[in-house]
Write a protein that binds this ligand. Structure first.
Ligand code: DUC
Ligand code: ZN
Ligand code: ZN
Ligand code: ZN
Length: 478
């Protein structure tokens, strides 16, 4: 038997095993794992390298209209290019419904935005902002059946948020259709009340963004989200968890046997509230929601990652330039924090940061790294085992990592269209040197080898983790 490609002499890691093996690829899929595989038309010598499943970034924003003068810096080309250079081979950006818009119109809009651009495979999460009878009764069930099997809902932001009654209605649809719900859990009224008080006191610099969104506002909404999900009897995934208080609620729910899943992101491990308080307007570079907390909360997030509270580690890449058009300064350098575009880039640095500070320090097992960054996101969103693992039959989405390579992160080496990185100057050990998507080399040693548009749209299956607790198990595949 021969192969299109054989990756030889590397150390393969999955979410459960680390082993020496050659990987044989045929027709874009992993066709064999073993030693002494027959020749491939192409061969890559991976001696000294780790052969990891390409990362699955389950939370990114590309080319998402904001509803004001701000403009996202990355589209589906620059965003997926940046992802690929960071060792990620699948992304799940959002297709956001605008109030008054049909869900179908939103989905079609985002497919147009993506057309001809992605260099790696992608699927969409929906964002449901306007759960009309039509949306709940027809559009959402139809889209779930068409492979849009996860959606996000917001408890804050006037343009996006649902009230508790609406949340119950959409959770009920998720339950009956088997979709995964992602929850943005922050209490909108607490934030609005604090923001007005801060503004009256003239406390509008970027630093006060963090003050306006305290952990208690996240804790309350997290608890409420859990309670609503318990009432409906449906699993949910709490996204971008920032600190100890929300973690405590999630552990409480998990300890009671509820299927409550959780995601966290690099900003909650590598940034603190102090980063919002830099010279002048510098802190705007780190404005995101929920905001970064402090060192003690970073430790709680680390413990939650290694200890099983969190299932997924995503970037929440929400790219705005600092100086450029539509960016952080779109309303001027004196703009109150409320008027600063909300979000930070990180799709390319997600994996190297966690690998270096987690795996290379001994804090996190390599298998855990793969589980959090590739396998579990694929499972949560109905893409496993096609994506997120290295197994016979899976897509040959693979990143070759040099675990010895030392890199100082700087924006000059990144491939997004943002003009800064919040992680400037951080030194990491370990870097992805070759990224393959369905057996094709997308990037190698700093060069992009893939044509825009080669990435495929992925309809998602119904995620097994979204099944309610008492639901019957699906039939075994044999
Ligand atoms: N939530 C996100 O998921 N991303 C950017 C901003 C936000 O509030
Ligand atoms: Zn349509
Ligand atoms: Zn959010
Ligand atoms: Zn996000």
């Amino acid at each position: 038997m021969d192969f299109d490609l054989v990756i030889r002499n590397g150390t393969v890691a999955t979410a459960s095993d680390v082993f020496k093996a050659d990987v044989g690829v045929r027709d874009g899929k992993v066709a064999a794992l073993g030693s002494g595989l027959a020749a491939g038309r192409e061969e890559i010598d991976a001696a000294g390298l780790l052969v990891l499943p390409g990362g699955v970034d389950g939370h990114v924003h590309f080319d998402q209209p904001t509803g004001d003068a701000s403009v996202m810096a990355d589209d589906f080309l620059s965003g997926t290019r940046s992802a690929a250079f960071g060792g990620t081979t699948t992304v799940l950006p959002f297709a956001c419904q605008q109030k008054g818009q049909s869900l179908h119109a939103a989905v079609e809009d985002y497919h147009r935005r993506a057309a001809g651009k992605p260099v790696i495979d992608y699927a969409f999460h929906l964002i449901v902002t306007d759960p009309t009878e039509q949306v709940l009764g027809q559009e959402l069930p139809a889209l779930i059946r068409d492979g849009y099997t996860s959606f996000k809902i917001y408890m804050t932001y006037d343009a996006l948020k649902l009230n508790d009654r609406q949340i119950l209605e959409v959770l009920d649809i998720a339950r009956s259709e088997g979709a995964m719900v992602m929850m943005h859990a922050e209490n909108a009224d607490c934030i609005a009340w604090l923001t007005e008080r801060l503004e009256r006191a003239g406390q509008t610099a970027p630093f006060f963004h963090g003050v306006s969104r305290p952990r208690v506002a996240e804790r309350e909404a997290t608890h409420r989200a859990i309670s609503l999900a318990e009432l409906v009897d449906v699993p949910i995934l709490i996204v971008h968890v920032s600190g100890a208080d929300a973690v405590e609620q999630i552990r409480w729910a998990q300890g009671r046997g509820l299927r409550i899943y959780a995601e966290t992101c690099p900003q909650y491990l590598f940034l603190t509230a102090d980063d919002l308080g830099g010279e002048g307007f510098e802190g705007a570079k780190c404005i995101c929601s929920p905001p970064p907390r402090d060192a003690a909360n970073q430790q709680v997030i680390w413990d939650g990652l290694t200890g099983g509270t969190f299932q997924v580690f995503s970037s929440d890449h929400a790219p705005f330039r600092f100086d450029g058009p539509g960016g952080k300064k779109v309303n001027g350098e004196k703009a109150p924090f409320r008027c600063v575009p909300n979000g930070i880039p990180g799709v390319e640095t997600r994996l190297p940061l966690l690998f270096s500070a987690g795996v290379m320090t001994g804090r996190m097992e390599l298998t855990k790294f793969v589980e959090l960054t590739a396998t579990n996101p694929a499972r949560m969103y109905g893409l496993h085992p096609r994506k997120g693992t290295i197994a016979v039959g899976s897509d040959a989405d693979i990143a070759l990592w040099d675990p010895a390579r030392k890199v100082t992160i700087s924006n000059a080496i990144l491939h997004h269209d943002v003009d800064y990185t919040p992680y400037e100057g951080i030194e990491v050990t370990g870097w992805p040197v070759v990224t393959l998507s369905r057996g094709e080399v997308v990037c190698r040693d700093g060069a992009l080898l893939a044509a825009p548009g080669r990435g495929s749209f992925l309809p998602c299956g119904l995620p097994a983790p979204a099944r309610p607790k008492g639901a019957p198990a699906p039939a075994l595949p044999f």
